[in-house]
Ligand binder design. Sequence first.
Ligand SMILES: Nc1nc2c(ncn2[C@@H]2O[C@H](COP(=O)(O)OP(=O)(O)O)[C@@H](O)[C@H]2O)c(=O)[nH]1
Ligand SMILES: [Mg+2]
Length: 393
Amino acid sequence: MISIALAGKPNAGKSTFYKAATMADVDVANYPFTTIDANRGVSSVRTKCPCLELDERCGNDACHDGKRYVPVELLDVAGLVPGAHEGRGLGNQFLDELTNADVILNVVDASGATDAEGEPVEVGTYDPVDEVDFIEEQMDMWLAGIVDRNWETVERQSRSPGFDIDDALAEMLTGFGATEADVAASLRDLDYPDNPRDWTDEHREALARDVRARTKPIVLVANKADVAPEENVERLAETGKPVIPATAEGELALRQAVEAGAVEYDPGDDDFEVVGDLSAQQEQGLERIRDVMAEWGGTGVQQAMNEAVYDLLDRITAYPVQNESKWTDGQGNVLPDAFLLPRGSTPRDLAYAVHSDIGDGYLHAVDARTNREISDSHELEEGDVVKIVSTAK
Ligand SMILES: Nc1nc2c(ncn2[C@@H]2O[C@H](COP(=O)(O)OP(=O)(O)O)[C@@H](O)[C@H]2O)c(=O)[nH]1
Ligand SMILES: [Mg+2]
């Protein structure tokens, strides 16, 4: 499963985001280090279900009237404070938790009501743009520290015949979640000596920064957009990084209202409908959320996860089926599964995503829309429905 990590300063709204996105019961409080252990939960990205092209909706639990939710892992990492990579706060422990993350949501308090240490201050007194580089810097320095600590090993390895620096670095960094292709691409971009003993701190740091940027891309979540001065959100956008304005608190309120039967809303919608009884106060609160949603096209929680997976990680959703005319599995379930694959994936890649045996026994595939066989080199696209023919069952 794709893993999304919520990183940021204490008090930025990570746990609120996490709770809303997973509806799990975690601490939500107004002081640093509320989250002591990593919270790992399941959330989802939202896409259009191919069943919209059928006469009837598919009825899958993960499909609400054609809005299809595909599971992703969400990780609530405790707050990072300045110096975290040197072990300040609960620093490295949390940075280490990012190892398995595919993409990072940097949750920023766009209202400027949280200082660098994560302490609450008056709205507008702290510049949230300072946050943007801060998290990146902490992550870069953390990885540089890992490279430093492993350097002796690389130097030792270099004494044996057949030593290849690229291979040695790839081996070290794949442990941090980088692929060999990532490391190779970074090394192509950098100038460096073949002998590890000739490397300087600058070489190691440059490598760490480049690999970090490739393996842990970041979406900025401009949270507390409900109370943030609009210019703060605009200035965050001017950093040129992907920015999603959000109200995690608004999303949480909506999901709780849905659970209470008072509101109809699907995560990622840009509006909601009140269907149950509410107190005047609740109604007022929800109307304020509606205003924020109208301004930004939703609460931003679903949008941020979608941006991370579909834009930054460039994934597509593919739907394997057994029956290519009914789009069902062996039990008659319509569009039973959805897989998030890297763009450029082939039908054989999808077969492997389903099961390694199915992949090993792959014979050919059929596009369930056209009922035509698709070639092995065919690149799947968003929403493709595919029958895989394999010797394995
Ligand atoms: N106004 C506003 N407050 C929020 C929002 N999201 C979180 N908060 C508040 O910010 C404080 C810190 O939230 P929390 O999720 O515990 O932050 P964390 O330390 O990053 O996990 C809490 O008082 C939340 O209610 C939001 O979208 N808008
Ligand atoms: Mg927290």
